[in-house]
Design a protein around this ligand. Structure first.
Ligand SMILES: [Zn+2]
Ligand SMILES: [Zn+2]
Length: 114
């Protein structure tokens, strides 16, 4: 099965930078995409760390984006989890779980014909 998730979905969250177009980079300063945007991969919201975690569609590495205000995200400083970060060990496990989750969701979508 091909699990590569190309950024082939168009933004549907009225972001000034991406609305109606592809979102090729996840670190644009002008991006106001919501984590519920169609362009956003399967995303885990982590209230404890005030961030959201997701697998970047290009390389499948675990990325984080900080929550700056209710429903707003600091895309400009989004990036891969640093191995020096306190949460790195937990993140290794989360990365594996997100991969598994993505596979399960893809299989479920395939099974239901969507
Ligand atoms: Zn955007
Ligand atoms: Zn968007």
């Amino acid at each position: 099965m091909n699990l590569t998730r190309r950024p082939d979905r168009l933004c549907d969250c009225h972001c000034p930078a991406h609305s109606g177009s592809l979102r090729l980079a996840y670190t644009s300063a002008s991006c106001k995409c919501l984590v519920t945007c169609s362009t956003q991969p399967v995303t885990l919201l982590v209230k404890e760390w005030a961030c959201a975690l997701f697998l970047h569609p290009d390389n499948d590495h675990l990325w984080f984006v900080m929550n700056v205000a209710h429903g707003q995200w600091d895309w400009e400083s989004a990036g891969e989890i640093d191995e020096r970060a306190d949460m790195f060990d937990a993140c290794g496990e989360i990365e594996g779980l997100l991969r598994r989750l993505t596979t399960v969701l893809a299989e479920a979508a395939g099974a239901s014909g969507r």
